[in-house]
Design a protein around this ligand. Structure first.
Ligand code: NAP
Length: 298
């Protein structure tokens, strides 16, 4: 028999992930802080929980997908939180992107009550959440990862167990360093090509398949040239993740100069009202420094 699932946090990501659990036939209880957002799932057959603790009381496995570190602490450890309702032997899976250090603390607090924990941040955006094609990076005990596999497989396509508690969050942050530093390179290269009078599309065609090729170059490069800055992932969310990267680097005592610089560029763009643009709008920060605009039907 399938384990009973609870789902907490029905935002852009959570609503698609929860819908896929229902489609896969799991008994599902849901809760969202703003209650109205739970209605479509309840209409589709989920039960409505009255609080995170109430969801936990009805569930073997509780999935959380909320915004930031204090929000996970609130729904798991706070008043009427999951910890108040979870039975010994229950499993909490956190799919939010939050601090690795706090993740280890939450895992330890739950362990004291006999409740298991996995950190399982995701990548793949709202589209991946809706289609069930997310990449999921999982930290925690191997036995619980095995137990969670049917649940994770209903929400994602690539599920990778990367280590103990907090390791999933660490790998997610590695992903974010690669995304933004690569985007910084893409933006600088396009600015240089523009200033040098090159045909930008031909330039991309020439370099995209070689050693300099990357997902960011091949997908976001053309969007920058066309000046299409609609978000796949917003600057505001990217900035939250870079804050987590830089806090963690600080705790580890290591310098991350390129990530720190991108963080400052994004901060400037946020101040200019561009926090809702896609993360490839990083190019706009360089354009403003250089007084040169990339693309736009040159
Ligand atoms: P979102 O649309 O803003 O939804 C956030 C959810 O968290 C909402 O359900 C919100 O409830 C809930 N929430 C926030 N603070 C809370 C609190 N203190 N107590 C209870 N509930 C709280 O965000 P999202 O895009 O779904 O992102 C969720 C997580 O996935 C984040 O950690 C994000 O970094 C990560 N992620 C997002 C993407 C993406 O492309 N969007 C991709 C990968 C990973 P209300 O409805 O009441 O506001």
């Amino acid at each position: 028999m399938k384990e009973a699932i609870g789902f907490i946090g029905l935002g852009i990501m959570g609503r698609g992930m929860a819908a896929n659990l229902l489609k896969a036939g799991f008994p599902l209880t849901v809760w969202n802080r703003t209650a109205g957002r739970a209605a479509p799932l309840v209409d589709a057959g989920a039960a409505a929980g009255d609080s995170p603790a109430g969801v936990a009381r009805h569930s073997d496995i509780i999935v959380t997908c909320v915004s930031d570190t204090p929000d996970v602490e609130a729904v798991v450890l706070g008043p009427a939180g999951v910890i108040e309702g979870a039975r010994p032997g229950a499993l909490v899976i956190d799919c939010s992107t939050i601090s690795p250090a706090t993740t280890r603390d939450i895992a330890a607090r739950l362990r004291e009550r006999g409740v298991h924990f996995l950190d399982a941040p995701v990548s793949g955006g709202s589209e991946g959440a809706a289609k069930g094609t997310l990449s999921i990076m999982v930290g925690g005990e191997a036995e619980q990862v095995e137990r969670a596999k049917p649940v994770l497989a209903a929400m994602g396509k690539t599920i990778t167990h990367v280590g103990g508690p907090g390791a999933g969050q660490m790998v997610k942050l590695v992903n974010q360093i690669l995304v933004v530093v690569t985007m910084q390179g893409v933006a600088e290269a396009l600015l240089f090509a523009q200033a040098g009078g090159l045909d930008l599309e031909q330039t991309l065609a020439a370099v995209g398949g070689g050693a300099a090729g990357s997902w960011m170059l091949n997908n976001r490069g053309p969007q920058v040239i066309q000046r299409d800055f609609r978000p796949g992932f917003t600057i505001d969310l990217q900035q939250k993740d870079l804050r987590l990267v830089l806090e963690t680097a600080d705790q580890l005592g290591i310098p991350l100069p390129s990530t720190a610089m991108v963080f400052q560029f994004y901060r400037a763009l946020q101040q200019q009202g561009l926090g809702g643009d896609g993360n490839h709008a990083l190019a706009k920060a360089l354009e403003r420094l250089a007084g040169v605009e990339i693309g736009g039907g040159q």
